[in-house]
Design a protein around this ligand. Sequence first.
Ligand code: ZN
Length: 230
Amino acid sequence: MPGLPELNLILLGPPGSGKGTQGERLQEDFRLPYYATGDILRAAVKEGSEVGKEAKEYMDRGDLVPDEVIIGVIAERVQREEAADGFILDGFPRTVPQAEALDTKMKELRREMTAAILIEVSEDEVVRRLSGRRTCEENPSHIYHVDFDPPQKEGVCDIDGAKLIVRDDDKPEVVKNRLATYREKTEPLIDYYEERGILNHVDGERPPDEVEEGIHGILATLRREEEEGM
Ligand SMILES: [Zn+2]
């Protein structure tokens, strides 16, 4: 389909690559809605939409929500006015079959993904970032890092004085497992988007501001190409 001036983006990168941070910044900078899969699933359940009800059945049973239900939730979002100029996906697709299913759905909606942005971070750096993370026991949005952002008093939250803990997700063994899953299931996605000619890389080991600048550069180029292609 000839280039619609849309930015339909997928953020890719290992756990700890800062996708969430960059997604939130992009949402502000480009006024595109940021769809972190977990968040939009929970929102759909809360709103009680048709797909939300379906998702809830699986979640209530403690089962994984199947791909087609997640895609239903994404499709419902993508068709909203807020996503008319594009959107940012984070957390889905995670596997090649999911990416294929997403492409099929997008085609049905007469749209297509514009770019996949891979935030590259080495495994050593991921382990260093995640295993040093400390989270407030009372409020999980209070996050510190033993090296990069230590609290004033070791093991204590600056904001409310609560104890700082290592989340299960950030324990070294779990981090290694998450990385192994990423390597096995998600890395093939890099080839998938490369073959489709929409993969873009950004060095995720630089400070967040510079990563953000790198992504801006990529998106500016894309927008220009789309405009020229019209
Ligand atoms: Zn706290």
